[in-house]
Design a protein around this ligand. Structure first.
Ligand SMILES: Cc1cc2nc3c(=O)[nH]c(=O)nc-3n(C[C@H](O)[C@H](O)[C@H](O)COP(=O)(O)OP(=O)(O)OC[C@H]3O[C@@H](n4cnc5c(N)ncnc54)[C@H](O)[C@@H]3O)c2cc1C
Length: 410
């Protein structure tokens, strides 16, 4: 069996590791010319689903590396009002803490996205092909042929769309599956966590997974500490010497969110604006908020600031299985409001790797894919609905359109 994966994002890379570990032939094709070609967010909260998926798929030294560097905040989300008065604490479930990893990694950790992606790329030089933009596929009896913009092709037994929210594979495989714009825009930036800032901010803010500040008019500011347990360069030196990390300091990842029609900038203005202009616009939106909050945004490094359109998949009923399948954002993109997209993509990847490797013991391929898809559809669309509801409640995001056609899933 040969598996062709489109997209070297978190899900595609995790799948590639899982298949390699199971001895299955795999090739990954990525449109970006390199791993650092595009900003992809600043930090990720890895929960027990992501942790268990990484533990099941990665070579042990790479999993140990992630466990060593990932920050270990208290499993809670703090709520604040714009004057920095506490409005509540949401405790995250950590009952499955340390179940599958022999105590290596707790249920809730935080990691820099670039660090995670670099670790995931490690050892896959001969598997990942950068600069290959996929454009379509052709199915023949037991094989599928992927076509690329450069005129090249790749032939395999299975084709996996791990190509993110704008998935070209989904458009061909499930043309009725749509993605909607929630009308919320995020402006995302990061600020170095200096000793001064550390001393000024409430200690609870620095020791939790996430801090949510909600103000009038559905204005939202998320403040997320990214603190390394061990510097990535030190841990890599010990566990994966082939990975050379530059010195990386602790930071705060900070995101401002609001409906586009209340932001006072159009999409084209957002895209064209410099980091400084975006930062100034956010500061205007935060006028009158506590100086510590506005001070954090003032500290944004301009080159780290960029806008994001929050989009969501619309759940659809299960479809007939074939040897072309999907994972992660390609099929169930969700608002980041519940911080679940990456964890769900990683879980899909681990489940699909396990399902495909069962075919080596004689399991029919389509049975294995069908079982994977059943769980993936169920859990993925459940998280889509949950994330959309959070986005509507907190940010006045457009609710998901009527999905009466998807009742079969309930
Ligand atoms: C601001 C923000 C914060 C977030 N925070 C969290 C969090 O804390 N926790 C969490 O669990 N999730 C979080 N998420 C969600 C998470 O980032 C995504 O759900 C996750 O990256 C999905 O992984 P994926 O592999 O499916 O897709 P992606 O990571 O998007 O990867 C898709 C890959 O496919 C490639 N590709 C696309 N089209 C083609 C093509 N035609 N040919 C070849 N390659 C192609 C892309 O270049 C990309 O590399 C956040 C998202 C955002 C926007």
């Amino acid at each position: 069996m040969r598996v062709i994966v489109i997209g070297a994002g978190l899900g595609g890379l995790c799948l590639a590791h899982g298949l390699r570990r199971a001895g299955v032939d795999v090739a990954v094709y990525e449109r970006d010319v390199s791993a650092s070609a595009r900003a992809q967010g600043h930090r990720l909260h890895i929960d027990e689903r992501g942790r268990d998926a990484l533990s099941a798929t990665l070579p042990p030294n790479l999993f140990r590396l992630i466990a060593a560097v990932a920050g270990r905040p208290a499993p809670k989300i703090n709520g604040f009002d714009p004057q920095l008065r506490a409005t509540g604490i949401f405790a995250l479930d950590d009952s499955e803490s340390e179940s599958t990893t022999g105590g290596l990694m707790p249920a809730h950790t935080v990691i820099d996205r670039h660090v995670l992606r670099r670790v995931l790329l490690s050892g896959l030089d001969d598997v990942v092909h950068f600069g290959r933009r996929y454009v379509g596929y052709d199915s023949e009896a037991d094989t599928v042929t992927a076509r690329f913009a450069d005129g090249g092709i790749a032939r395999g037994t299975v084709l996996v769309g791990a190509d993110g929210v704008g998935s070209v594979i989904r458009a061909q495989r499930l043309p009725h599956a749509s993605v909607v714009d929630s009308q919320v825009r995020l402006i995302y930036g990061r600020v170095p966590l200096t000793a001064d800032l550390r001393g000024a901010l409430p200690p609870a803010m620095l020791s939790s997974v996430f801090n949510s500040v909600v103000g009038p008019g559905n204005r939202f500011l998320g403040i997320a500490p990214v603190r390394y347990r061990v510097p990535p360069a030190t841990a890599a030196n010990r566990l994966a010497p082939e990975l050379a990390f530059p010195p990386i300091g602790d930071t705060l990842a900070v995101m401002f969110g609001r409906r586009l029609d209340r932001l006072g900038l159009s999409d084209s203005q957002l895209r064209a604006a410099s980091g400084r202009r975006l930062r100034d616009r956010v500061l205007e939106q935060l006028a009158g908020w506590h100086p510590l909050i506005t001070g954090v945004v003032e500290g944004w490094t301009p080159e780290s600031v960029y806008p994001i359109t929050v989009r969501s998949s619309v759940p659809i009923p299960p479809w007939p299985t074939s040897n072309v399948t999907l994972l992660g954002d390609a099929i169930h993109a969700m608002s980041p409001a519940a911080g679940a997209g990456a964890n769900t993509a990683l879980r899909d990847a681990a489940r699909l790797a396990a399902a495909l490797s069962e075919t080596s013991t004689g399991r029919p391929l389509l049975d294995a894919i069908r079982d994977y898809e059943r769980e993936m559809i169920d859990e993925g669309f459940r998280m889509v609905r949950l994330s959309a509801a959070s986005g509507t409640r907190i940010l006045a995001a457009d609710p998901l359109p009527d999905e009466s056609s998807s009742r079969a899933l309930e």
